[in-house]
Each structure stands twice: as structure tokens, then as C-alpha cells.
Design a protein around this ligand. Structure first.
Ligand code: CU
Length: 399
């Protein structure tokens, strides 16, 4: 039972129970209107007491975990929870008062209400509002994919990280002397940058497989979206620089796919790696800084992953707006992943299978873990997510 508290299963049970309770209260209301007062009193009393149990079993632990232990006061889930919690306590106290008033002689005469019927109806109406708020919390926490994740700059960041990873793999394959693998990664880069709307998109290296580590939309389209969001002339200028870098990567990758001798491709691979680093790290950082300076984007500061210059490879995942950015990451074996908390709320990066756990991370606290075995690693935040990819959660694929 202990393992159930604060989990999504607990939230599911509580949601269904709350809907049943509201149905019970409405039934009780109808009973009163039909003058069946004894049944009305029994029904409403049962519902109010059951709700007290649900508050203690599910809602208090959930509130404690998310808002208090997780130190989360910003964001829609935390704010809905705080509003729901405050109003919920008031309504439950009034409901208990009404039960005591009707069924016992415990309430002193001077504390007895005149218009009990109005008080009961108001309580019922507020109760319905609370159920709606509760549904809102459930939907925000478990059903809605965060809108922040679809913000152009964040999407660009995520794809930019993928671009860099595949550029590293390309350079590795070239150094190893594998022509097919080098060409395959060149295809990844082109498809990642251009997206499906480009006529070249597809099985560019002619190995019989179309491979796109991205989503088919492409980095260039994302870049346009970033520019469309605005950010002033500085951001537009930076976006143009990044566009030139990406175009150049495509040209180099096409040259590389046309190559015959893997040993001769070193300059191409090296230039691609340099450009990928510049466009991903410096480029995004510059666009974001310009946008922030112009007051358009209130994004958190992007840490410059300048350490990605040599061996061993490391990748940074940002904990921000109650999500891991990027939440999906594919890395080569031996890569060190660094999780850094960019916001006030406390987070953890905890493996579903317990293989690693950052413990509590306050603002700007880093945690790193090196993946030495291939596999798929799911992880989550103990305060804002759950195992199985629920809420604040992510996946690292090690190849
Ligand atoms: Cu968290």
C-alpha cells in the first residue's frame, strides 16, 4: 500500500472515487428535494467522511510530494494544486460542520447557521468546482504534453543536441575507417537538418534504409519557427548564421556520401563536427541570448556545453519547466550524461530500475552518470513524474 502513495495509480483511483462521490452528493441532493431527509442525511454524511479518507490517503501525500517536498510553486500543476488544496480544506471543513450540525448536538447554539439550506447548496456547488479543478490537475499532470516542449527554441535545442551526437558518431566512424557507417551518419545529418519536405530527404546513402533520427520536420523548419517567434534583429542575425552552418553541413555530408576512400574524408568529417558544435551550442545560445536581451523570450539560461570538445563525450540534459530537455536522447556507449536543474523546483533523475539516482537536485545542482552498457534507460523525477514515462520522465538510448 505504501508504494501506492503519490503515484499515478493513486491518482487514477482518487479521480474515479471523486467522480463517484460527486454523483453520490448529487443523489443526496435529489433525495432532499423529494423530502427523503433521513436517506439524504445518510448519503451526504457518507460522502463527506469518504472524502476525508481520500484526502488523507491520496491528496495530502500527492500535494506533499509535488508542492512541498518538490518545492514547486510555479507552473500550472503546482498552482492548481495550491488553489485546489486551499479551497478543498475550506469546503471539507464546512461539509463536516454541516454533518455535525445536522446529526449531533455538538455545535453550540451561537455557532448554528440560520439558512442551512443555502449553506448546503453553496457547499455542493463549491464541491463541484473542486472536482473540476481536480480533473484539471490530473489532466495537466498526466495527460497534457507540456506546451513548453513544443516551444520552437526548446525543440530546436533538442534536435540540435541530436545533430551534434550524430556528427560525433560520423567522425568516430570515419576515424575507425568504416565507409558505410560514415555515410549512414551523413544521411542522418541531412535528414535531420532538411526534414521530409526537402526533395533529397530519404535513403541518401543508398543502403536501402531511410534513416532519420529526427521527426521529419527538420532543423531548418525549426529555425524558421524560432525566427518567427521573434527576438529582435540580434536573434534574426544569429539565426541566419546558424542557417549558413546547417546548409554547409548538408553540402559537406553530400560530398561525403559521394566519397570513395574513407581515409580521404577526414577534413569533411572534422568540419562537420566543428559546424555541428557551433550551430548547436554557440548558435542556439546566441539566438537565445539575443531573444532574451530583446525581452521576447524569458527562457532559462542555456549552459554552454563547451566541454564537448574532446574525449570522453558528455551530453547535458536540462531540468526545466518540470521536464527533462531533451527528454529523449540517443548516445554512444561510454557517454557521460549530466543532468542540471535550471529552476527553483527540486528535481531528481532516478532510473526506473534503480540503476542510478541523482538524489535531490536544487537549482543549478548537477548530477552525472556514465552509460557503459548499451540499452534503453528510462528515468523520472521522484517529485514530478513516475516510472513508466509518466509526467516528468525521460529516456536515454545507449547504442
Ligand atoms: Cu521534478
Amino acid at each position: 500500500m505504501q508504494a501506492l502513495f503519490g503515484t499515478r495509480t493513486a491518482a487514477d483511483i482518487n479521480l474515479i472515487a471523486q467522480l463517484l462521490l460527486l454523483a453520490g452528493l448529487l443523489t443526496g441532493f435529489i433525495l432532499a428535494r423529494r423530502k427523503r431527509f433521513a436517506q439524504h442525511a445518510n448519503m451526504q454524511t457518507a460522502m463527506v467522511l469518504l472524502n476525508l479518507a481520500l484526502i488523507a490517503l491520496f491528496m495530502v501525500p500527492s500535494f506533499y510530494g509535488y508542492v512541498i517536498a518538490g518545492q514547486s510553486v510555479s507552473g500550472p500543476v503546482a498552482q492548481l494544486m495550491i488553489g485546489h488544496g486551499g479551497l478543498g480544506i475550506i469546503v471539507e471543513v464546512i461539509a463536516l460542520y454541516l454533518v455535525l450540525l445536522m446529526r449531533t448536538k455538538l455545535i453550540p447554539r451561537q455557532f448554528r447557521l440560520g439558512n442551512i439550506k443555502l449553506a448546503m447548496r453553496t457547499t455542493l456547488a463549491l464541491w463541484a468546482v473542486l472536482v473540476l479543478l481536480g480533473i484539471g490537475i490530473y489532466a495537466e499532470r498526466y495527460l497534457v504534453q507540456s506546451t513548453a516542449a513544443s516551444a520552437p527554441l526548446l525543440e530546436f535545442r533538442q534536435l540540435g543536441a541530436d545533430l551534434y551526437v550524430h556528427a560525433v558518431e560520423l567522425a568516430d566512424a570515419q576515424t575507425r575507417g568504416s565507409l558505410p557507417a560514415t555515410k549512414r551518419h551523413a544521411e542522418h545529418l541531412i535528414n535531420l537538418i532538411e526534414g521530409a519536405q526537402d526533395p533529397r530527404y530519404g535513403d541518401i546513402d543508398g543502403n536501402g534504409h531511410l534513416e532519420d533520427p529526427g521527426d521529419g520536420i527538420g532543423l531548418l523548419a525549426r529555425l524558421d519557427a524560432v525566427a518567427a517567434v521573434g527576438g529582435g534583429p540580434g536573434a534574426t542575425e544569429q539565426a541566419a548564421t546558424v542557417r549558413d552552418q546547417l546548409d554547409r553541413i548538408v553540402t559537406l555530408a553530400l560530398d561525403l556520401i559521394g566519397g570513395q576512400q574513407v581515409q580521404e574524408l577526414t577534413p569533411l568529417a572534422e568540419e562537420i563536427l566543428t559546424l555541428a558544435r557551433q550551430s548547436n551550442v554557440d548558435g542556439v545560445f546566441a539566438i537565445e541570448s539575443a531573444a532574451r536581451d530583446a525581452g521576447v523570450v524569458q527562457a532559462p539560461s542555456l549552459e554552454v556545453a563547451a566541454q564537448n570538445t574532446g574525449e570522453p563525450l558528455s551530453v547535458t540534459i536540462h531540468e526545466d519547466r518540470y521536464q527533462f530537455i531533451p527528454s529523449q536522447l540517443t548516445i554512444p556507449v561510454g557517454t557521460t550524461v549530466i543532468w542540471v536543474n535550471d529552476e527553483q523546483a527540486k528535481h531528481t533523475a532516478s532510473a526506473d530500475d534503480g540503476g542510478f539516482d541523482s538524489g535531490d537536485q536544487e537549482l543549478s545542482v548537477r548530477y552525472s552518470y556514465t552509460f557503459t552498457e548499451p540499452g534503453t534507460y528510462r528515468y523520472f523525477c521522484r517529485y514530478h513524474g513516475d516510472v513508466g514515462g509518466v509526467g516528468m520522465a525521460g529516456t536515454v538510448i545507449v547504442e
